[in-house]
Write a protein that binds this ligand. Structure first.
Ligand code: F6P
Length: 363
């Protein structure tokens, strides 16, 4: 069995607060505990496809990055080596499987293992590479909190705080102007961010992808509040939510090779609600603000624990596994299980039950 001497680390998919905390912990643990070399790979898997996108990471390279949002390595959600899209000079778009080239590249770089810090997409790619024999360990990140087998992903707590603060701010202006404020939050197909931010921000209506909504129920809630003398309402809408019998809302795409992006549901809700009630309605789409900023203490600590644990897993040659938070402890779970399905909000969860007990309309 070959000894580990040199490992690679990359961040893939959409960024989130806490990525730098993981990178820092990986570098420090690998060097302090094991004396390994660490190679940083830039812009996700693209750094293993294109030339000149790797660099050695020493302890001096990770100094001061703990409180910084984003990722010092850069990232992309458009470089899947199993379906790599390029545009030819004549404009033709070609999709190729370059995974074998990536494996050769890992050999050229003399990497004994690879740590991938990623969400659903990057972890699926990691599992595919693991099946092809690449010694890989995963670290789950995303503001969406939609990765299975871990109680929570890092990045979620900070995004939740950002969304909650925005809802708090919208509350005061909604109340002053007696308006209905609709806030669209991210989260893709999972309602964690909308549901928890709505609960934390005292929303009156929360619409999530797991529960298709009927706008008559939303209108009824707003009118009832009105009759009770509460002439404003806060409606939190997850970007992935949809009406009963309807589809999710996607943004128009200029580039057909780009991933489809959710968006637009809140404006639709505003337009339709506007036909039903007399209230003034305003829409706020929080967007990428939710992905930025300095990580919360929780995300810094979780990211640090994940990074150190991932290095320990490599030392034990536990490839094909992912670090996870289970209760109070960091554990290892199989990448296969983690990517087998998205973690959405269970309909029987206490979060949903609690929201209903508080008379929050869930659509
Ligand atoms: O997965 C994280 C996330 O922020 C989602 O909540 C959102 O739907 C998507 O990424 C946005 O992606 P992009 O950065 O490509 O706009």
């Amino acid at each position: 069995m070959e000894q580990v001497r040199r490992i690679g680390v990359l961040t893939g998919g959409g960024d989130c607060p806490g990525l730098n905390a993981v990178i820092r912990a990986v570098v420090k643990t690998a060097i302090n505990d094991y004396g390994w070399e660490v190679i940083g790979i830039e812009d996700g898997f693209e750094g293993l496809i294109l030339p000149d996108k790797t660099r050695e990471l020493r302890i001096s390279d990770v100094r001061g990055i703990l409180p910084r949002g984003g990722t010092i390595l850069g990232t992309t959600n458009r470089a899947n080596p199993f379906a790599y899209v390029t545009r030819k000079k004549d404009g033709r778009v070609v999709t190729r499987d370059v995974s074998d080239e990536v494996i050769l590249r890992l050999r050229d770089l003399r990497l004994d293992a690879l740590i991938v810090i990623g969400g659903d997409g990057s972890l699926k790619i990691s599992y595919e590479f693991f099946q092809k024999g690449v010694p890989i360990v995963g670290v789950p990140k995303t503001i969406d909190n939609d990765i299975s087998c871990t109680d929570v992903t890092f990045g979620f707590d900070t995004a939740l705080d950002t969304a909650t603060q925005a809802i708090d701010k919208l509350h005061t202006t909604a109340e002053s102007h007696h308006r209905v404020m609709i806030v669209e939050v991210m989260g893709r197909d999972a309602g964690w961010l909308a549901l928890e931010a709505g609960l934390a921000g005292g929303a009156d209506v929360i619409l999530i992808p797991e529960i298709p909504f009927d706008l008559y129920n939303v209108d009824e809630k707003i009118e009832r509040r009105d009759r009770e003398g509460r002439r404003f309402s806060i409606v939190v809408v997850a970007e992935g939510s949809r009406p009963v019998g309807g589809e999710q809302f996607y943004q128009p795409r200029k580039d057909p090779t780009a991933p489809r992006r959710l968006g637009g549901v809140s404006q639709w809700v505003a337009d339709e609600l506007g036909k039903m009630c007399d209230h003034e309605i305003r829409v706020t789409v929080l967007g990428h603000v939710q992905r930025g900023g300095s990580p919360s203490s929780f995300d810094r600590i979780l990211g640090t624990r994940f990074g150190a644990a991932a290095v320990h897993l490599v030392s034990e040659r536990r490839f094909g596994e992912m670090v996870a938070l289970r209760g109070e402890t960091i554990e290892a779970v199989s990448l296969k299980d983690a990517v087998s399905q998205l973690k959405t909000v269970p309909l029987d969860s206490d979060l949903i039950r609690t929201a209903r007990s508080l008379d929050i309309c869930l659509g």
